[in-house]
Ligand binder design. Structure first.
Ligand code: FCA
Length: 337
């Protein structure tokens, strides 16, 4: 009887062993190595902004002993496949900057199905009703305020250069489909208008894509339509929106002395500042990619590990003006150099 029991126990243990191994990859949100696993999906993996977010997310993962899976998800299909992939790997949550904010409801449904915690970064989801999905946890910059700051800096520099309003116009390198982008360029225009600059000299250049070729093409149309303008102020939702427009002005013979472009991000303009001579890209508002990358990842981590739900909305308000003189110091302060 005793032998039978022992044999049964041994057989049971044998049966259990592989199952135990398998469970260890899914139990309590842990990966194969027993660590918690969290995904970080970004819409434009080639953009330095997102590479910097990833860098700080990875640092948080290394310092806290969890695994980070970084995925470039450049369209809807890739996002949904990435979520399946994360679930299959035993991940328990993810941070996402989606390639299309209207995918929000589909992403939320898929995350719920796979029991994955979700925090959006930078770009807030839009629901079926066309409104921001405020019930989805989000961390982003403060778009209108920071855009306003860019507009004020533009006017201050224009005055410093003594440009006549009659010779000057504003090129708004815009992408209004994206709420955070629209709020930034709206903020910049509000500041420019508040200085008394005439509304009819603010020209919109809608970008088809949120990259340098997209802003270059849009600005070219704007420049063609307004050959009378002698000096250009350029605002946009990020560094690339402004860089493309600056390249377009160069193509039409405008030098650094006749163009004031101020970007947002501060991550995508380092090579511009490293050029031997100044360009029309006058400066940028350096955000906090460390907070966007690390704080969001840690929110998901604590949520998974300790059951602590993050706040629904977190806005990072600070932005530091950087230019050719101070960019290295400011980037160093944030641990980016
Ligand atoms: C958006 C932009 C990025 C960055 C981020 C804070 O996602 O596309 O370049 O500005 O917001």
């Amino acid at each position: 009887m005793k032998t039978v029991i022992l044999r049964c126990a041994a057989a049971f243990l044998l049966l259990l062993t592989p199952a135990c191994d398998k469970n260890s990859s899914t139990g309590a949100g842990q990966g194969n190595n027993g660590k918690i696993k969290i995904g970080f999906l970004v819409k434009q993996p080639e953009e330095p902004w997102f590479q910097t977010e990833w860098k700080f997310a990875q640092k948080a993962a290394d310092e806290n002993g969890f695994d980070l899976v970084k995925i470039g998800a450049t369209d809807g299909e890739k996002v949904l496949a990435a979520i399946d992939n994360l679930a299959a790997q035993g991940a328990k949550g993810f941070v996402i900057c989606t390639p299309d904010v209207r995918l929000g409801p589909a992403i939320v449904a898929k995350a719920q199905q796979a029991d994955l915690k979700l925090v959006t970064v930078d770009d807030q989801f839009i629901g079926a009703d066309g409104k921001l999905m405020k019930d989805v946890h989000h961390l982003g910059m403060s778009p209108r305020d920071i855009g306003y700051q860019a507009g004020e800096l533009e006017i201050a520099e224009m005055k410093k250069r003594g440009w006549a309003v009659a010779d000057t116009a504003v090129c708004v390198s815009s992408f209004e489909e994206l709420d955070t982008a629209k709020q930034r360029t709206d903020g910049a225009q509000a500041a420019i208008l508040a200085s008394g600059f005439p509304k009819e000299k603010i020209y919109n250049a809608p970008n088809k894509t949120t990259d340098l070729p997209g802003s270059f093409d849009a600005a070219n149309v704007c420049l063609t339509q307004h050959p009378e303008v002698k000096h250009w102020l350029i605002v946009g939702m990020n560094d690339n929106a402004v860089l493309g427009a600056v390249r377009a002005t160069e193509g039409r013979g405008f030098g650094a002395g006749d163009v004031i472009g101020i970007g947002i991000n501060g991550t995508d303009c380092q090579s511009e500042f490293e050029k031997s001579a100044p360009t029309g890209f006058f400066g940028s508002l350096l955000l906090s990619p460390n907070r966007h990358g690390a704080d969001t990842t840690m929110m998901v981590y604590h949520w998974v590990k300790d059951g602590v739900e993050p706040p629904k909305e977190t806005y990072v308000k600070s932005a530091t003006f950087i230019n050719r003189d101070n960019w290295k110091d400011e980037l160093k302060k944030q641990g980016m150099l």
